[in-house]
Write a protein that binds this ligand. Structure first.
Ligand SMILES: Cc1cc2nc3c(=O)[nH]c(=O)nc-3n(C[C@H](O)[C@H](O)[C@H](O)COP(=O)(O)OP(=O)(O)OC[C@H]3O[C@@H](n4cnc5c(N)ncnc54)[C@H](O)[C@@H]3O)c2cc1C
Ligand code: SF4
Length: 510
């Protein structure tokens, strides 16, 4: 055999550079299902099932195209780890070289390199053409910058790609419609929001779901409502439905939350993008075309394009730039263990119950739920960043480390000391009250800082300000909050500290 082409579980694209020069008579494709990838973090059943089902469909499509595929299944062999399975396959197949597209995760890259070395097979790593900004281009842009700001990167990407540009100027006359995109739903609620399409499991998915349920029975989450796109055809249908049904309403209420409404106007396309069933270029082009044809307002099109062309590319660049140190970052020295209810949703805090509940049901929560509910709590309660990151990597169907880690460590926890955020995203219960209906019917009261009914988010927020007063006062974006803190008298501050101490000593009971 000349080349063995390794296709990883998040590289499911037929146009992959891995297949450049592929000769079916001399080369072979290798796909490996490794139980260790499901237990490396305690993965949600839906996350495991989605990866496996998508891989199985992709392997079948490759075979239909007449390409030879060696598919190591979950139950094959003894070794659970990807590295060991790869090494065994390399010894068995004895190729002249192993080809792989840049893995999306630092650990997986090292695993592949180690396995190739151990089997004495030369390794060729090909650049990942899925992203619009190659790693080297991001490194060049970031060179010499101590802090990285998304906005100028995004504008550069808009200029470079011509997306949402009109004669050298941003479409609609502004780069950014963020101000228009922070509305809540208001008292009457969100009204009728179209749901993302559901893809009924076919025979392959049903078999996968049964296998995952049996093999990973004790893992978190449910498979009962599994309806994610698992093929490119499904993913394209999901994209078309989003642009038609939800993109028009996406922008304005992008940050809003409501009980029983897991997806809001969001696209729910992250998993299909991260598995590479969708190309970000086609996703961006679909949103732009909808605006050009007058089907969606500019604030919605721009708000969405900013996520895919801006944040997604930026986050990936930061990951590769700052790894491996990023995984160990702990700016505030936080060490508290993750409360057990993160895995069950069994807490009296309604905002957490809702967000974690839908996470366990669907493997999905939208950005503000991740950032300002579960992330905000973890930051202000002082949970160890490593434990928080492992949780986010485990429970979302779109979780891949290059996307998850910078978002968790950098954005939600400010654990890298503000490398790419200008302030920690700490907020009290007042934010949750403003942006959702979660506080109605909660056991706690968002405006109460200490004493009976004190909202943990509120108490822990003021305590976080108190504990970090000096550094937050020196930051122009948090100085106002510190001025509010300074207006509290000594007795009030001591009461908050005491309440926060009691809460932190019994996080599991909140
Ligand atoms: C703590 C935390 C952990 C996260 N972990 C992940 C993760 O493991 N995988 C992941 O894809 N996203 C992650 N995100 C980013 C974001 O929350 C999700 O991409 C988004 O919620 C997915 O839902 P959607 O497809 O409906 O997104 P939409 O709101 O519809 O946005 C459109 C697309 O933009 C991209 N996008 C938006 N925001 C971001 C962002 N901050 N970083 C990267 N891409 C972005 C996604 O591909 C998304 O599908 C995380 C955010 C936080 C705060
Ligand atoms: S009162 Fe506090 S804990 Fe309860 S839902 Fe509101 S913010 Fe969350």
């Amino acid at each position: 055999m000349r080349s063995l082409v390794l296709v990883l579980g998040d590289q499911l694209t037929h146009g992959s550079p891995a297949f450049d020069g592929f000769d079916p008579r001399r080369d072979r494709i290798l796909m490996i299902e490794a139980p260790g990838e499901a237990t490396h973090v305690w993965s949600h059943k839906a996350r495991i099932a989605l990866f496996l089902s998508a891989m199985r469909h992709f392997a079948a499509e490759l075979r239909e195209r007449g390409l030879p595929v060696d598919h190591v299944r979950l139950g094959d062999g003894e070794a659970p780890g990807l590295g060991e399975r790869l090494r065994v396959a390399l010894v068995r197949l004895a190729p002249e070289r192993l080809i792989v597209v840049e893995p999306g995760e630092w650990r997986v890259l090292a695993t592949v390199q180690d396995a190739a070395r151990a089997a004495h097979v030369p390794l060729e790593i090909r650049a990942d053409s899925h992203f619009l900004c190659p790693r080297e281009a991001f490194e060049r842009w970031a060179r010499g910058k101590r802090t990285l700001v998304m906005e100028p990167f995004y504008r550069l990407m808009r200029r470079r790609t011509g997306v949402l540009m009109q004669g050298g100027a941003p479409a609609g006359g502004a780069w950014n419609f963020d101000r228009a995109n922070r509305a809540a739903f208001g008292r009457s609620g969100p009204g009728a929001v179209p749901e993302p399409p559901r893809f009924a499991p076919d025979a392959t998915t049903r078999e996968t779901l049964a296998e995952v349920d049996a093999r990973f029975a004790r893992h978190p989450g449910s498979l009962a409502s599994f309806a994610w796109p698992v093929t490119r055809a499904d993913a394209l249908a999901a994209l078309a439905a989003f642009v038609r049904d939800r993109l028009p309403g996406f922008g304005r209420v992008q940050d809003a939350m409501w009980t029983g409404m897991p997806f809001g106007w969001h696209s729910a396309l992250s998993a299909a993008l991260n598995l590479k069933l969708l190309d970000p270029r086609e996703v961006i082009a679909a949103a732009e075309a909808a605006w050009r044809e007058g089907r969606v307002p500019i604030a919605s099109a721009e708000g969405f394009v900013r996520q895919v062309l801006g944040w997604r590319e930026f986050i990936r660049g930061v990951y590769w730039l700052d790894m491996p140190g990023l995984a160990e970052a702990n700016h505030y020295g936080h060490t508290a263990p993750l409360p057990a209810w993160y895995w069950t949703g069994k807490t009296r805090m309604r905002c957490m119950r809702e967000t974690i509940g839908q996470t366990l049901e669907h493997g999905y929560a939208h950005h503000i739920q991740r950032l300002m509910v579960t992330g905000n709590f973890a930051l202000t309660a002082g949970i160890a960043p490593r434990q928080v990151a492992d949780w986010y990597l485990a429970v979302y169907v779109d979780a891949v480390e290059w996307a998850e880690l910078p978002n968790t460590v950098g954005m939600a926890l400010h654990a890298n000391g503000g490398r790419f955020t200008t302030k920690p995203y700490a907020a009290s219960g007042a934010y949750v009250k403003r942006m959702s209906n979660y506080c109605q019917g909660c056991a706690y009261r968002p405006e109460v800082r200490h004493g009976p009914g004190a909202c943990p988010l509120t108490t822990l927020y003021w305590d976080f300000l108190d504990r970090n007063e000096a550094s937050l006062a020196a930051n122009t974006r948090t100085a106002l909050a510190i001025r509010s803190l300074a207006r509290l008298d000594g007795r009030e501050r001591r009461a908050i500290r005491a309440e926060a101490g009691r809460m932190r000593a019994a996080l599991d009971r909140l």
